[in-house]
Design a protein around this ligand. Structure first.
Ligand SMILES: [Zn+2]
Length: 88
């Protein structure tokens, strides 16, 4: 089971909001670290993306979902602190 407070360590999306129910490892098991949009079969869906590009993508998606842009920016402002980007 995915804990309610878990967020994807790549894009920051709450994992309980992920319709794909979280990413998958190479062996097909679920991970509770990444969402299904970011991580499939043990690999990142978008390889070589920078944190700025990821942030722009997230903002774009949220605006599509009718979030005001300033809210989208606010929700993504700590993206660089997530595990995937910490050492980048
Ligand atoms: Zn994600």
């Amino acid at each position: 089971m995915i804990k309610a407070n878990k967020i994807c360590q790549s894009c920051g999306m709450p994992l309980n909001k992920d319709r794909g129910n979280g990413g998958t490892e190479r062996n097909g098991s679920k991970t509770d670290r990444y969402c299904s949009h970011c991580y499939q079969k043990g690999e990142f869906v978008r390889q070589g993306i920078t944190v700025e590009q990821m942030r722009a993508l997230c903002i774009e998606k949220m605006v599509e979902m009718r979030f005001p842009q300033f809210v989208a920016k606010l929700l993504t402002r700590n993206l660089h602190k997530l595990d995937r980007w910490k050492n980048a």
